[in-house]
Design a protein around this ligand. Structure first.
Ligand code: CMC
Length: 391
């Protein structure tokens, strides 16, 4: 109708119809394809959840076996990609490396670009489901100066992620079931979250028919920011800083409330959840359990719990409905698993991959138009051009 409504941050703008993830921010409900997040985190494994998100229903044993075998078959990456990885300095943040390599995969898999039929989409999907965890592991090993690995074809998806990340040369890597279960749970909890910043990015880039891999690469870049997935790294760095500062949580609470200080309490607040984040509840319990089961004592878990208690009783946070989000406790588990802090957001990306894919696929199958928001112009009116020597 030609009327443009301005909605900064799209706080009240629905961009699509979607049948993938249901979220009720007031009641703290999150469901993938109708299945509650609590039940999935407890009973499912990550690949089953990935299948359900992408294709709509939980898989049968045969469907899952076929999906896994198609993924494994496509995991091999052209050896020349290693040259690109080698060209990055060791100090490069692994999120930048991951986003670049995901986009670079297009050059080595040109058939993944024009995917109009469901079969062509499926082929692109199993390719990236296979290759992405390899890139994740390589991004970490590159920083550590370790040789690159494909793990083993006989392992489950999540077991192989761990093996590719942690196997040392000439040593057998024995998977700790506590670590495997914890990773499964974390990946499931991160697997989709309807139209968040990175997912909207994937959908909007994909809406130009740019292809799956570049759309995902754009999503990875969006996720990297500290207001989004990058918060998990920022939380741990914040908790470390508080510990170094003698555990003075009150000082940091005061900074977070000071409107002249740009500091925010990382891992707190959410655009949609206004009573609690159901993922944070599950992760907090898991953090206690994993540290206990692994026999790890981490003083920053106590700092985190103290900070949470103070925030939950502070009028500033209560009035603004700011609660711990998914990123508040996840880093504590990743750290206990031996994952370096710079890899935390990469682990988030690995979990979010099936969600991004499902949303991209839905957008293409629904034949959505190219994403193209409007604006209200606030610049200069028409001006006459003045030649440079007269300015
Ligand atoms: N610490 C201190 N104050 C906060 C915080 C925080 N973490 N979050 C929000 N506020 C205040 C904000 O200053 C504003 O106050 P006022 O009304 O006085 O101006 C009010 O709360 C509303 O905040 P907002 O920025 O308008 O809310 P938003 O919906 O635009 O932002 C958010 C949501 C998640 C970006 C924000 O809460 C935030 O920056 N949190 C910290 C970063 C973080 O943990 N991000 C992870 C989000 S969950 C997982 C994910 O998306 O990846």
């Amino acid at each position: 109708n030609g009327i443009i409504t301005i909605d900064p941050g799209y706080k009240n703008t629905g961009a699509c119809l979607s049948g993938i993830t249901f979220l009720n921010g007031e009641k703290g409900i999150l469901r993938y394809r109708g299945y509650s997040i609590e039940e999935l985190a407890e009973k499912a494994d990550f690949l089953e959840v990935a299948y359900a998100l992408i294709f709509g229903d939980l898989p049968t044993t045969d469907q899952l076996a076929q999906f896994h075998s198609d993924i494994r078959e496509k995991a091999i990456i052209d050896d020349d990609v290693k040259k690109i990885l080698d060209a990055f300095p060791k100090v490069a943040h692994p999120m930048g490396v991951l986003s670049s390599l995901t986009s670079a995969l297009t050059a080595f898999n040109p058939s993944s670009v024009n995917v109009d039929s469901e079969e062509e989409m499926y082929r692109a999907i199993v390719k990236i489901m296979g290759k992405f965890p390899v890139l994740v592991a390589w991004a970490m090993r590159k920083k550590q100066g370790l040789p690159l690995s494909y793990g083993s074809n006989s392992l489950g998806y999540v077991e192989n992620v761990l093996t590719m990340m942690f196997q040392r040369p000439d040593e057998e890597y024995v998977i700790n079931p506590i670590i495997k279960d914890a990773l499964d749970k974390l990946l499931i909890l991160h697997a989709d979250h309807e139209q968040n910043c990175s997912t909207s990015t994937v959908r909007i880039v994909g809406s130009s028919h740019a292809g799956l891999f570049p759309s995902l690469s754009a999503g990875i870049s969006a996720l990297w920011g500290p207001l989004h997935g990058g918060a998990n790294q920022a939380v741990l760095e914040m908790l470390e800083a508080i510990k170094e500062d003698g555990g003075d949580t009150k000082k940091y609470m005061a900074k977070a409330k000071d409107k002249n200080d740009p500091f925010r309490l990382m891992g707190f607040g959410h655009r949609v959840y206004k009573n609690f984040d159901p993922r944070a509840k599950i992760i907090k319990k898991a953090a206690d359990q994993v540290l206990n089961d692994l026999g790890v004592e981490d003083p920053i878990l106590e700092i985190a719990k103290g900070l949470e208690q103070e925030a939950l009783n502070d009028p500033y946070f209560v009035d603004r409905k700011l609660y711990p989000n998914v990123d508040f406790y996840s880093g504590i588990i990743y750290r206990a698993m031996g994952i370096p802090v710079e890899m935390f957001t990469v682990m988030f990306a690995l979990g979010r991959l099936p969600g991004w894919i499902a949303q991209w696929r839905e957008m293409r199958l629904n034949k959505e138009p190219i994403g193209r928001p409007r604006q209200i112009y606030t610049g200069e009116n028409h001006r006459a051009f003045t030649e440079i020597k007269k300015r």
